[in-house]
Design a protein around this ligand. Structure first.
Ligand code: ASP
Length: 226
């Protein structure tokens, strides 16, 4: 999403796209729409000369083992514990937020979704306002976590709105939404966010969240997990 123009592009349920953010950018720049899904998204990719890749490309042994282990956990869990979807090892989203030297903000998020999700499930990541949002007047946000909560709470936009309407700082707005509202509702996850002054906030209520930042071209690169 482009925080200057509020233009946005997204793709969901794509199975053969190597770099979904590149395709999302094309949806934003070259189509009249915001969100394309499944077969349609892939037809659009072909039209835009993006090569489709075989699904084998996405296979990794580690993720395969993760899937098997979560399936086993779900099989062994009883009744309402059947959904073990809050387990941290179900997440694997990659997000980026950026501020350029002209003061423009942008956000992009890419995911394979939660491990062992049901057929046809679309999470928060491609939904503008839920997993991703950018507005030059306040901040850019990219989220990771239990997507159903991010969808229900319109988390990314809620952070932007708290800064815009209530005048909260990025630290206060992200803290309110992640540490208070999301946590109180029983959801798990976190966000990375940057405002137009370059302030950064990266709160999460899970055990850890892989994250990093660099301020300016010569800025120190910081990487953190816990
Ligand atoms: N938010 C993603 C989803 O629900 C999962 C993740 O963050 O890894 O699809």
């Amino acid at each position: 999403m482009d925080g200057q123009t509020l233009k946005a592009g997204a793709v969901a349920a794509a199975k053969h796209i190597k770099n979904p953010v590149t395709l999302a950018r094309l949806v934003m720049d070259k189509s009249a729409h915001v969100l394309l899904t499944g077969e349609g998204a892939e037809k659009f990719a072909v039209e835009q000369k993006i090569a489709l890749v075989d699904q084998k490309y996405f296979f990794t042994e580690e993720q395969w083992q993760r899937l098997q282990s979560i399936k086993d956990q779900e099989k062994n869990a009883l009744g309402e514990n059947r959904d073990v979807s809050s387990a941290i090892d179900k997440y694997g989203t990659v997000g980026a937020v950026a501020l350029d030297k002209a003061g423009n903000l942008a956000a992009a998020t890419s995911t394979g979704g939660m491990v062992n999700k049901r057929f046809g499930r679309v999470g928060d990541t491609p939904v503008i306002g839920a997993g991703t949002y950018a507005d030059n007047s306040s901040c850019a946000v990219s989220g990771t976590g239990h997507g159903e909560f991010f969808l229900r709470m319109a988390i990314a936009h809620d952070i932007v709105a708290l800064m815009g309407y209530k005048g909260l700082t990025i630290e206060q707005a992200t803290h309110t939404v992640i540490k208070e509202k999301l946590t109180n509702l029983g959801g798990t996850g976190g966000v990375i966010a940057i405002d137009r002054a370059g302030n950064i906030a990266m709160p999460f209520n899970t055990e850890g969240m892989y994250r990093g930042y660099a301020l300016g071209p010569d800025g120190k690169v910081v990487v953190e997990v816990f």
